[in-house]
Design a protein around this ligand. Sequence first.
Ligand SMILES: Nc1ncnc2c1ncn2[C@@H]1O[C@H](COP(=O)(O)OP(=O)(O)OP(=O)(O)O)[C@@H](O)[C@H]1O
Ligand SMILES: [Mg+2]
Length: 333
Amino acid sequence: MLVLGIESSCDETSAAVIKDGREVLSNIILSQKEHTKFGGVVPEVASRVHLKTVVPIYEEALEAAKVTLDDIDLIAATMGPGLVGPLLVGLTFAKGLAFTKDIPFIGVNHMEGHLSANYLEHPDLNPHHISLVVSGGHTMLMEVKSFGEYTMLGNTIDDACGEAYDKVAKIMGLGYPGGAKLDKLAQKGKKDAIQFPRALLKEDSYRFSYSGLKTAVSLYIQKLSESELKEQLNDIAASFQEAAIEVLVIKTLKAAEDKNLNHISLSGGVAANSRLRSMFEERIGDNQKLFYPSIKLCTDNAAMIAAAGYFRFQKDGAGSLNANAVPYLKLAK
Ligand SMILES: Nc1ncnc2c1ncn2[C@@H]1O[C@H](COP(=O)(O)OP(=O)(O)OP(=O)(O)O)[C@@H](O)[C@H]1O
Ligand SMILES: [Mg+2]
C-alpha cells in the first residue's frame, strides 16, 4: 500500500511516499529560511511560502519515489496542531488531490505523526509503551496502550522543551532556530560548570516546566560582559542542556518503572538531541529498551505523517474530506 503524506503545520513544507507503513520511498523536506531574519516563525510568511512550494515539493516526492498519483492508495495530511494558515495550505491541497482522483484521504494529528516516526523505523517497538514527545511546541509524556490509544501522564505547564532551546539559543546569540546549534556547542562545554535549576524534579508528578530555566540562563548571561559570554558560551550551553534533559530522562524512566513497561520511545525535534539520547543510554535499566527515529525523521517531515496515516487507516479506515485545520488539536486528554 502506497501512502502520500503532506506536512505544512509550521515552517517545513514536506511531501513523502511510504510503502506499507514501514518503507520510505521519498521524503522531501523544505525548511523555510525566510523566518531567520525575524528570529522566529511568521505565520503569514509561512503560509505564503507553503503556497509557492507545496506543488513542486509534492511533484519531487512522487518523482523521487518513482511513482505517479495513480499509484497512490491513501493521501494523509496534517490537520493540526499547528499554525492555521500553513495547515490549511497542505490540507486543502491534499484534499483536492484526493477528491479529484477519488483516493481515500485521512487527516493526521501532527503529534501522532512524530510518534509514528518510530513505527516507521522500529517494527520491534511494543505498541504498549511509554512515549516522550519533545518538540518545538510540545513536551508530552504518555502511556501508549496501542496505536491511537493514549493516556497523558504529564505535560509542560509553560514552555515546551524545544521552545526553551530556541529561546536560550536566541539569548546566546545563536540565531533561530537554535536547538541543534546549542546542542553542538554543548558537546564542547562542561556540563557541571553552572548549576541551573531542574524544574519540578522533586515534585512527585510527570509535569515539566521550562520557563524558569530559560529565565535563569537569561539572568546569568545578563551579568556577563561580552568577552565573558564568548569565553563561557560552550559551558552555558552544556549546563543548560544538562538541566533541560535530566528532568526529561528521570521522569520518563520513572514512568516506565511505575507503569511496568520496558519499551520507551522518543520523538519530536528534541529527540534529535545528542545528550537526550546519551543520558537515556547511560541511565536506562538492563530490562528496558529505548527507541528513537533517525535525525531526519525527528523534526517535521511528511514521512512520519504518511506513517501515522497508514496506521490510523488500518485501525479506523479512511477519514472525511470535511476534515478541517484544527490549530490546537489534542492527542490525549
Ligand atoms: N539537536 C537538537 N537539540 C535540541 N533541540 C533540537 C535539536 N534539533 C532540533 N531541535 C528543536 O526541535 C524543535 C523543532 O522540532 P519540531 O519540528 O518537532 O517542532 P515543531 O513542529 O515546531 O513543534 P510541534 O511538533 O510541537 O508542533 C525546535 O525547537 C528545535 O530547536
Ligand atoms: Mg513538529
